[in-house]
Design a protein around this ligand. Structure first.
Ligand code: EPU
Length: 443
């Protein structure tokens, strides 16, 4: 992780200044799962609209370590061939940095009858248990043991047997892992209380095109009839737009935009976010595949209560950026983070910048606004809070420094380049030699 880099941001002091078009990339949380799914294929899979982000590179490293051939071309395209893959131990060094690595376990176990992996890492935003996975493996007839910090999962006679699995919590990665496992399990697998995120549907739809027998995508019950390995036969997986990146730009545009268009996005995946912002006073034009915010004069933003929820509710991944918005809204807002218990840490930093924040417990907080934010030196605790700090820095008065940029690079491609194109003054600095990589134009 490139934690040695920092971003320096010149604040706009609440002015609506940014203008132009920003393009949204492919969804991190879609493409990472599709990369894992290539293990189910007997031929090469081509993916397009693949974002150039750290988590994609790490997943590629994991696949290469397992024996896959992975190649990237400069136009956001990636080819993966898992034909010669034989290894079933997921490398702890990389996997511990990446929660999405858990999704590799489903297809590896289904194809080879065994898999070993450490407790996966990822952003430190709560406990992030894996009990649903272990229970699911056992339901499919596998034996689970823990030896030297490695989970070893072995299917009886090397073959998973389809079964009914009820997820006691709706989990994105658990739904994906068992969707993939079911494709090569013997007989029917029925998944109940599944997550409904669009990234899961896009994954399942592609698998269906390539021969998988799946029904119920986008509902809480998914049925999979197991069969043989899938064949892409040249069919391309096109990564859906990243709704979290789009939502982050939308929040920024309402706070600091004069006329900003967010292009190449899927507005229907952002209904909860658009509705929330509109109710709080933002004016948003919704197009077929774009969003536009025009702030001719400074709009009056009104406090609103924010409760995160599984899709199609308000995404937890946009709670941190939206809390920056709430510091600029008039009145008292209540934040209820229902998914993760460690995801309000950024509020302390916003408080240090001048926001009026009261933390009630690990899940709930109150923000009273509006308050002018002042520049600070900030340390990203995770990817989404890091983006929230960039937004806060742009809204604030003075120059804000954001450290731990490596976290932000995990999920956002060339963030400073995209924001510079809108007129933001944001530059990346290497701490080792203080070389400035990106300079924004004067505003
Ligand atoms: N949970 C369990 N047991 C499990 C797994 C999950 O109790 O075995 C609980 C979690 O503790 C949490 C809830 O279930 O309370 C939902 O978590 P989920 O499993 O859905 O989260 P995840 O699959 O680990 C994905 C995204 C996250 C995103 C969440 C929620 C990936 C790689 N990660 O995580 O994305 O916040 O869904 O939408 O898809 C990010 O991109 O920054 C990020 C953290």
């Amino acid at each position: 992780m490139k934690t040695e880099e920092r971003l320096e941001i010149e604040g706009l002091r609440g002015r609506r200044f940014l203008a132009g078009t920003v393009k949204v990339g492919g969804a991190k949380n879609a493409v990472l799962k599709m990369m894992s799914a290539t293990i189910l294929f007997a031929d090469r899979v081509k993916m397009t609209n693949v974002p150039e982000i750290e988590d994609v590179r790490r997943t590629a490293e994991l696949l290469v370590d397992l024996g896959a051939e992975v190649s990237f071309s400069g136009d956001h395209t990636c080819d993966i061939d898992t034909t010669n893959l034989t290894k079933t131990v997921i490398t702890p060094e990389i996997s511990k940095k990446l929660r999405a690595s858990i999704v590799l376990t489903g297809p590896l176990l289904a194809r080879f009858g065994r898999v070993s992996f450490p407790h996966p890492g990822g952003c430190v935003i709560g406990r992030r248990p894996i009990d649903l996975f272990l229970a699911g493996f056992e339901a499919l007839g596998a034996n689970v043991t823990l030896k030297n910090d490695l989970y070893e999962i072995k299917a009886k006679n090397g073959q998973l047997i389809g079964a009914e699995i009820f997820f006691k919590n709706q989990s994105v990665t658990a739904t994906e892992t068992f969707l993939l496992a079911g494709v090569l399990a013997k007989g029917k697998t029925v998944l109940k209380n599944c997550a409904l995120e669009p990234e899961i549907i896009s994954l399942g739809e592609y698998l269906k095109k390539c021969g998988a027998k799946i029904s119920g995508l986008g509902t809480t019950t998914i049925e999979i009839e197991g069969g043989a390995r899938l064949h892409a036969k040249g069919k391309i997986y096109h990564t859906i737009p990243d709704r979290i990146e789009a939502g982050s730009f939308l929040i920024l545009a309402t706070l600091a935009g004069k006329d900003v268009t967010i292009a190449d996005c899927e507005p229907k995946h952002l209904t909860a976010v658009i509705d929330f912002l509109r109710e709080a006073g933002a004016e948003i034009i919704v197009g077929q595949n774009f969003l536009r915010v025009i702030n001719r004069k400074k709009p009056k933003l009104i406090a609103s209560d924010l409760k995160t929820h599984e899709y199609p509710g308000f995404p937890t991944d946009l709670q941190a950026p939206m809390s920056v918005f709430l510091t600029q809204a008039v009145g008292q807002s209540f934040i209820f983070e229902t998914i993760f218990e460690g995801r309000l840490g950024h509020l302390e930093s916003l408080e240090q910048m001048g926001a009026k924040v009261k933390l009630l417990d690990a899940h709930r907080a109150i923000i009273n606004g509006p308050n002018e934010l002042h520049s600070r030196e900030l340390f990203s605790p995770d990817l989404r809070a890091g983006l929230a700090y960039i937004i806060a820095g742009l809204v604030a008065k003075g120059r804000t420094t954001v450290h731990n940029v490596g976290y932000i690079d995990r999920g956002y491609e060339n963030i400073e380049g995209k924001l510079t194109a809108l007129g933001a003054k944001i530059k990346r600095i290497h701490l080792e030699n203080e070389t400035i990589c990106h300079f924004s134009s004067e505003n």
